[in-house]
Design a protein around this ligand. Structure first.
Ligand SMILES: [Zn+2]
Length: 395
C-alpha cells in the first residue's frame, strides 16, 4: 500500500473511532462521571500529532505513555487498541479490549463499544466464533450499537451467509437513514447465485430482479438474468444487458460476450457493431469496445479498418497486452507477417498471461481481475480498471 493510501485508511479508521467515541459520550451523558485529565499530558498532544502525520508507531508509543499516566482513560485505551489493530498487533488490541470490558466503571455505551471493538479484533484475527459472541454481547448491552451491527454484517458476508448479511444491512440502513440500496442489491445477487447453484432457477430469477429493483446499477444482477434468459429468449437477454450498459456504461465490456451471442441469436449481429461504435464515441479511452469492434471487423474480413481502431487503442492504453495481441493477429490477417513473425505471434499467444489490473477506489487494493467485492476492505463495487497512460515524454 502506498503512503497516501495508508494515511487515507488510517484517517478513516481513526475518524471512525473518534466518531464512535463522540457517539458513546453523547449516549453516556446522563451517566455523569469524571475522567482524569489525560488531555493535559504532553504525550497526548504528541500522540495526536504523530497520528495526524501518519506516524503510527510513534503515536502508539506516545499514547501508551498517556495510558500509563492515566490508566482509567477509556478514550485513550480505545484509540490505542484501535491503532494496535491497524498495525497488525491484534493480540495487544484484544488484551486491552478484554481488560476494558472487565471493568465495572464503564457507561453502557462505553461497554457496548468496547465489546464491539473486541469483536472486530477477533474477526481480524480469524476467531469468528468469538467475534460473533462479542458482537452479540455488545448488542445485548446496547441493541442500537452500529459498530457491533456493522461488524456482525461483515462477519456474515465473510462467511457467505448472504441472507443474514442482507437482514442486518437492512436494519443498519434504517437506523442510519442511509441509502444502502446498492449494497443490498449486491447481497440479493449473491442470494440469487446461491439459489442458482442449488438448482432453484425461479428463486434465483426472483433475487436478481429484486436486486435490480433495489438499484439498477447492480451490474452482476443484469448479467445473471441475461444468462438465465439467453437460450429461451435472447431478445429479452439483450434488453436486460442494454439496460445494464445504460445504467453503468463503464462496465459495458462485462456484457460484451453474452450480448454478442444474444444479438446473433436474434439474427441481428450488426447491433453489436453499432453498440461498440457508440461506446467508443462516448469514451475514446474505451479500449475494450475498440478491441471488441476490431475483432468483429477482422472476422468480417475487414482487417484494415480493424488495425486503425487498434492502433488508436494502443495509443490510449499502451499497457494492455490484449490489444497488442490483437494487432499481431490483424497484421497476420493482412498477410504482412513473414514466417519468423508468424512463429513469434504464435509463441506469444501461447505464453502471454493476461492480467486485467483493477484497483479499489476505497482502499487502493490492487487485483489482477475485476471483482465485485474488494477482498481487502470488503466494500462492494469499488474496483475500477487501473489505467496507465503513455509514459511522460511520449506523445
Ligand atoms: Zn478495497
Amino acid at each position: 500500500m502506498s503512503d497516501t493510501a495508508l494515511l487515507a485508511v488510517l484517517v478513516a479508521a481513526v475518524g471512525g473511532v473518534l466518531a464512535g467515541l463522540a457517539w458513546a459520550a453523547g449516549r453516556g451523558r446522563s451517566e455523569k462521571r469524571r475522567r482524569p485529565g489525560f488531555r493535559s499530558s504532553p504525550h497526548y498532544s504528541e500522540g495526536l500529532h504523530a497520528l495526524a502525520t501518519g506516524q503510527l508507531e510513534l503515536a502508539i508509543h506516545e499514547l501508551d505513555k498517556v495510558r500509563r499516566e492515566h490508566p482509567d482513560s477509556v478514550e485513550v485505551l480505545q484509540v490505542l487498541s484501535h491503532l494496535y489493530r491497524v498495525v497488525g498487533k491484534t493480540e495487544r488490541a484484544i488484551e486491552i479490549h478484554r481488560a476494558l470490558v472487565g471493568r465495572r466503571d464503564l457507561t453502557r455505551a462505553e461497554r457496548a463499544y468496547a465489546l464491539a471493538s473486541l469483536g472486530t479484533d477477533y474477526r481480524k484475527a480469524g476467531f469468528l466464533d468469538r467475534a460473533a459472541e462479542a458482537y452479540r454481547d455488545a448488542l445485548d448491552v446496547d441493541p442500537k450499537n452500529l459498530h457491533a451491527l456493522t461488524g456482525q454484517q461483515k462477519l456474515h458476508e465473510e462467511q457467505r451467509q448472504w441472507r443474514e448479511a442482507f437482514e442486518i444491512q437492512t436494519r443498519i440502513a434504517r437506523m442510519r437513514k442511509s441509502d444502502d440500496a446498492l449494497v443490498l442489491g449486491f447481497l440479493q445477487t449473491e442470494l440469487g447465485r446461491e439459489a442458482l447453484a442449488a438448482g432453484r432457477r425461479d428463486a434465483a430469477e426472483e433475487s436478481f430482479k429484486t436486486a435490480l429493483s433495489l438499484d439498477r446499477r447492480v451490474f452482476p444482477a443484469h448479467l445473471a438474468l441475461a444468462d438465465l434468459w439467453l437460450e429461451k429468449d435472447p431478445r429479452r437477454a439483450a434488453q436486460v444487458l442494454e439496460d445494464a450498459i445504460a445504467a453503468v456504461p463503464e462496465r459495458a465490456y462485462l456484457a460484451f460476450g453474452t450480448l454478442q451471442r444474444a444479438y446473433a441469436a436474434c439474427g441481428e449481429p450488426s447491433r453489436f457493431v453499432s453498440l461498440c461504435e457508440r461506446l467508443v464515441g462516448q469514451d475514446p479511452r474505451d479500449w475494450r469496445a475498440r478491441l471488441a469492434l476490431a475483432r468483429q471487423l477482422r472476422s468480417e474480413g475487414r482487417p484494415g479498418e480493424a488495425l486503425g481502431l487498434l492502433l488508436r487503442a494502443v495509443e490510449a492504453n499502451p499497457h494492455v497486452l490484449l490489444v497488442h495481441l490483437e494487432v499481431w493477429r490483424t497484421l497476420r490477417a493482412l498477410s504482412e507477417l513473414g514466417p519468423d513473425e508468424q512463429k513469434y505471434v504464435a509463441a506469444v499467444e501461447e505464453s502471454a498471461l493476461y492480467v486485467d489490473p483493477h484497483i479499489c477506489t476505497a482502499c487502493r487494493y490492487r487485483a489482477d481481475d475485476m471483482l465485485w467485492r474488494c477482498p481487502h476492505c470488503h466494500e462492494w463495487n469499488t474496483l475500477v480498471e487501473e489505467r496507465v497512460g503513455p509514459a511522460a515524454g511520449t506523445r
